[in-house]
Design a protein around this ligand. Structure first.
Ligand SMILES: Nc1ncnc2c1ncn2[C@@H]1O[C@H](COP(=O)(O)OP(=O)(O)OP(=O)(O)O)[C@@H](O)[C@H]1O
Length: 252
């Protein structure tokens, strides 16, 4: 089943300072139910713009986005978003942060949902902690649990692991795959790391100067071994699309 449809999508900003007409220039792709998609690209190629459009935070210049058959026109509880900087409420505990969305929806089971998600993301024992007393990795788990709490059909993630140290980042990749397998959500995950994209995704969509440069299915079973020759070949195939200077950014 198709979950996301992006059709003839264009975006330009009033004060954009780039030498192309559109920040996003005729983007087309579909995402199936339960698919894990990584959007890969160098800085400035339009990744965050695409995510903001998918989330309904901004409007396209031309074209349409459908999620579960519905035209995206504004943010909705059906689309969960996880940001790099967590955007947690500092004055709320872990439980209160996660229960916030369901409570807003007047869901009587809000606390039960929070307890179940705390268990799923492995934060048992931290229910009453405030975000400031948690590590970056733990805060990101809260961010993921909070985005899942309203049971969205689509989970959007904007460089969610970008602010973590290398070791925590690797651990969180594994955790994220486990959460995805348990919840069977459709995920669109933005990254500028080639190896992260090849490690996580069913399909990698490479954005180049506001266009879809490549749309490639990663045919390696999980868990993936970064030393597997097939893994190395996929990584090389994407890296070949970047200049020496750009490689410094996408190799992280
Ligand atoms: N609100 C805005 N007004 C004007 N120009 C913008 C605005 N938002 C983004 N842009 C421009 O659009 C282009 C794409 O930006 P975007 O943030 O989508 O790229 P990105 O691939 O996410 O980059 P990064 O990885 O650095 O975050 C950039 O040239 C940026 O300067």
């Amino acid at each position: 089943m198709k979950n996301v449809l992006v059709k003839n999508l264009y975006k330009s900003y009033e004060n954009q300072n780039i030498d192309r007409n559109y920040v996003l220039d005729n983007i087309n792709f579909e995402v199936g139910d339960n698919e894990f998609i990584c959007i890969l690209g160098k800085s400035g190629c339009g990744k965050s713009t695409l995510l903001n459009l998918l989330a309904g935070f901004i409007k396209p210049t031309k074209g349409e986005i459908y999620v579960s058959g519905k035209l995206v026109q504004k943010p909705s509880a059906e689309i969960g978003v996880v940001f790099q900087d967590h955007a947690l409420f500092p004055w709320y505990t872990v439980t209160e942060n996660i229960a916030f969305g369901p409570k807003l929806n007047k869901d009587k089971n809000a606390d039960k949902i929070a307890i179940r998600l705390i268990d799923m993301v492995g934060l048992n024992g931290y229910e009453d902690h405030y975000p400031s007393s948690l590590s970056g990795g733990m805060q990101q788990r809260v961010g993921i649990a909070r985005a899942l709490a309203t049971n969205p059909k689509l989970l959007l993630m904007d460089e969610p692991l970008g602010a973590l140290d290398a070791l925590t980042r690797e651990k969180m990749r594994l955790e994220l795959l486990k959460i995805w397998e348990k919840t069977k959500k459709t995920i669109i995950f933005i990254t500028h790391s080639v190896s992260e994209a090849v490690y996580l995704a069913d399909r990698v969509i490479l954005l180049e100067e506001g266009k879809v440069g490549m749309d490639v299915r990663i045919e390696i079973e999980r868990p993936r071994d970064t030393k597997d020759q097939r893994f190395i070949d996929y990584v090389q195939m994407f890296k070949d699309r970047f200049t020496e200077q750009e490689l410094l950014e996408v190799s992280k």
